[in-house]
Design a protein. Structure first.
Length: 162
């Protein structure tokens, strides 16, 4: 497993937790999507992008195929990608305005985003709106803090590298 995070302090916390639980097959890499090199290209069987924010969120939801391709490049042909994200005009209006994020609608996710992902070499297989029990079982304390108890749509896109 390789965990990629742009903030060293966050990785230090994750490292302490995994060390305490004796997880040994894990490597942490400090990097943002913009600065990610090609050393890991074509290595992953599965790629998870959980609760992205900032530029990483933009790469997942906007028409930025070069950034999304950097994520896609991590996977082998046929590898599976899981993107779980949320933002809303109620909870994050300034972030939506600042980053010119598209409003998340069924039409946008099913049609426009499908074309964006295709440009980056990914075929969307499913897009689901997660229910509170799904979020509760997500396995991430951060996801629970962000998503539970707030009236918002949380989306998960499953795609495959073509």
């Amino acid at each position: 497993y390789v965990g990629i995070e742009p903030t060293a302090d966050n990785l230090f916390e994750y490292s302490k937790k995994t060390s305490k639980n004796k997880i040994r097959n894990l490597l942490f890499l400090i990097s943002s999507i913009e600065n990610l090199g090609s050393e890991l290209d074509g290595k992953a069987d599965m790629v998870y992008v959980n609760c992205p924010w900032g530029t990483l969120l933009e790469a997942v939801v906007k028409d930025l195929p070069d950034l999304l391709r950097k994520i896609s490049n991590l996977g082998k042909a046929g590898s599976v990608f899981s993107f779980t994200f949320a933002y809303s005009k109620i909870h994050e209006p300034s972030e939506i305005e600042k980053r010119a994020l598209p409003l998340l609608s069924e039409d946008y996710l099913d049609n426009q985003l499908r074309d964006i992902y295709r440009k980056a070499g990914l075929e969307i297989e499913s897009c689901t709106n997660l229910s509170p029990p799904d979020i509760k079982n997500f396995g991430s304390l951060w996801a629970k803090k962000l998503f539970l108890g707030k009236n918002r749509d949380v989306f998960r896109i499953i795609s495959k590298k073509s």
